[in-house]
Design a protein around this ligand. Structure first.
Ligand SMILES: Nc1ncnc2c1ncn2[C@@H]1O[C@H](COP(=O)(O)OP(=O)(O)OP(=O)(O)O)[C@@H](O)[C@H]1O
Ligand SMILES: [Mg+2]
Length: 230
């Protein structure tokens, strides 16, 4: 069976395109067959290069349909759909045909407000904190922001993908043939997280899969850190 994972959401600039490529790259590094499907008509054709995944141009609705139908008919592929902001109809189309729907958001009140609205509108989707700060103090502040998410939605907020400036290299035309180790590691960790979710019961995520569970792990690390770090 093939699988389709969509990165969508009402807010622009949250990291959908970067995450789509990050995920495909990570899947490719893990030996999985992945195709990144661009769907935003306002964007240039998808980047291509020597990285271990395929990019497909699904900006036109018919082309998108063809790509996704072909994908469904093939064994073992993962299709990762890169959505565009403010496209409710396309978001709904992707929501209906995907196995996993991710709503990326950054650590701002406005992103959080919009993603909570999207979570209510799309009851099977999961929110994905992204471009998340890894500095312990900024991380703490971002996690406190997450604590303001209504209780009934908190179990649908995933463990974060951290900010990594070199992630933009994946969107270069053409893509680089050699990428930094930090980017390879982040991509693989993200792909591993998403493959686990595809197989998980997503109505009952465990603490380690959610943002507030991840927060507790970081707090443990800080408590046990040498005095010179804290
Ligand atoms: N994990 C990350 N670490 C650092 N920067 C990131 C990360 N993810 C995305 N960015 C940066 O955030 C900006 C927006 O990212 P991106 O273009 O992927 O968002 P988008 O949701 O696809 O935007 P749009 O809604 O316009 O399609 C870019 O400058 C990108 O390099
Ligand atoms: Mg984009």
């Amino acid at each position: 069976m093939s699988a389709i994972i969509s990165l969508i959401g009402s807010k622009g600039g949250t990291g959908k395109t970067t995450l789509a490529h990050l995920l495909c790259f990570g899947l490719g590094l893990m030996g999985r067959k992945a195709v990144c499907v661009l769907t935003d008509p306002g964007r240039l054709p998808p980047p291509h290069g020597a990285l271990p995944y395929v990019s497909a141009d699904g900006r036109d609705a018919q082309a998108r349909q063809r790509i996704l139908t072909t994908l469904r008919s093939r064994e073992g592929w993962v299709g990762v759909v890169d959505g565009g902001a403010n496209r409710l109809a396309t978001d709904m189309e992707m929501y209906r045909l995907s196995d996993l729907v991710l709503l990326p958001f950054r650590d701002s009140q406005e992103d959080l407000r919009v993603v909570c609205e999207d979570l209510k509108r799309l009851p099977n989707a999961l929110a994905l904190p992204t471009q998340w700060p890894s500095n312990p103090w900024q991380f703490g502040a971002a996690q406190r922001l997450l604590e303001t998410v209504p209780a009934e939605l908190q179990g649908r907020v995933l463990a974060p993908v951290f900010a990594l400036s070199c992630s933009k290299q994946l969107l270069q035309h053409p893509q680089p043939s050699v990428v930094p180790t930090s980017l390879r590691k982040l991509s693989q960790a993200f792909a591993f997280q998403m493959l686990g979710l595809l197989e998980a019961d997503r109505t009952r995520l465990n603490a380690a899969q959610t943002a507030l569970g991840a927060s507790r792990r970081l707090e443990d690390m800080m408590e046990n850190a040498p005095a010179s770090v804290v």
